[in-house]
Design a protein around this ligand. Structure first.
Ligand code: SF4
Length: 333
């Protein structure tokens, strides 16, 4: 799979697949893809995560090629474009125990189903048990922790820090993605995390104001800057959604702003979630980005990261390590 094929797969996002090809489709509990069944496809050194659905109208179809070695082919408009294998997941994604502490959120970003899903909050013991089980597989290369906001960002940071402190014993890299607080970077670094992700979601200030009305973009940016001082360059990431109606120029400017702070942006294709039809009222231009747009922006980001002497392949946890949802600079482009 090359970057162009991966861009097509991400842009389509959904594949018709026989459930028999999957051991158990995984349902995400975090972020814009929450509640959606998915699977991971690996081809060469590249990986992509696709929504798994029985849908004869899907443009992507997965077909078994060889039952002996598990090889499958992906067809795009009935033409085979790539071969590979379905990759097993550990917790949420391959090779990582990636856990969501609170599957609910008092904030209400209009692209995110989590506030509507009102999921559970895992207990400390439950999280430790899940990681212990993942560890026994021998495939756990990293631990990643994320969370919605059940009561307050401060509570989530406290809870994440206490979980991290209990998990450092596994001696694998630990990353955390939460909404920042005034001292979240210090608290999480001292707890034992090596990487942090605070999401800007969009760098278009008008879209941010209406789509992320409960959040403060300047505070997130200031927190990212502080995080680079605490965690170091290449260790601070930020999700940046593509498809909310922002222009390419705004994305490019935003990528530069983040990279100049020492932050690695993760350009994430918008998921139009069935639980959030209201997104079209708030962001009338919202649409899944095309493969060409994703590829062009990923290549642009790669150049900016090179100019700023940042390298996304150094990351050891969370999405930059997984790579399933995005074209990751230095790994895919
Ligand atoms: S890239 Fe991130 S959100 Fe996507 S599957 Fe991997 S860990 Fe999950």
């Amino acid at each position: 799979m090359d970057a162009k094929i991966k861009a097509i797969l991400i842009a389509e996002g959904l594949a018709d697949i026989d459930p028999e090809l999957l051991d158990r489709p995984k349902v995400s509990t975090a972020g814009p893809g929450a509640g959606i069944s998915s699977f991971f496809f690996r081809s060469g050194s590249h990986r992509v995560r696709l929504e798994a659905k029985r849908d004869p109208d899907a443009r992507l179809k997965v077909q078994r090629v060889s039952p002996e070695d598990g090889e499958v082919a992906i067809l795009y408009d009935d033409q085979e474009i790539v071969r590979g294998t379905i990759e097993p997941t550990l917790l949420h994604c391959p090779e990582q125990a990636y856990l969501t502490i609170s599957e609910r959120c008092i904030y209400n970003c209009t692209f995110c189903p989590v506030p509507k899903l009102k999921g559970r909050t895992k207990s400390h013991d439950n999280i430790l048990k899940m990681v212990a089980d993942a560890y026994t597989t021998g495939n756990m290369r990293a631990i990643s922790i994320t969370s919605g906001i059940e009561h307050s960002p401060e509570d989530e940071v406290k809870r994440a820090a206490s979980v991290v402190k209990s998990l450092v014993r596994y001696n694998v890299p630990i990353g955390v993605s939460v909404y920042p607080t005034a001292d979240s970077s210090m608290i999480l670094k001292e707890a034992g995390a090596i990487e942090i992700k605070y999401n800007v979601e969009t760098m278009d200030r008008n879209i941010f104001k209406s789509a992320c009305a409960d959040m403060d973009l300047d505070f997130v940016l200031k927190s990212l800057e502080d995080a680079v001082r605490v965690f170091g360059r290449n260790r601070v990431h930020s999700n940046f959604i593509i498809g909310l109606g922002e222009s390419d120029e705004t994305v490019k400017k935003g990528v530069r702003v983040l990279a100049e702070l020492g932050v690695i942006p993760i350009l994430r294709a918008l998921v139009l979630h069935p639980l959030r039809p209201d997104i079209m009222d708030v962001c009338p231009g919202a649409a899944r980005p095309s493969a060409d747009r994703l590829l062009m922006l990923a290549r642009f980001e790669r150049k900016v990261l090179d100019d700023c002497e940042l390298n996304a392949s150094i990351s050891e946890t969370m999405c930059l390590q997984c790579t399933g949802c995005d074209l990751v600079p230095h790994r895919d482009v």
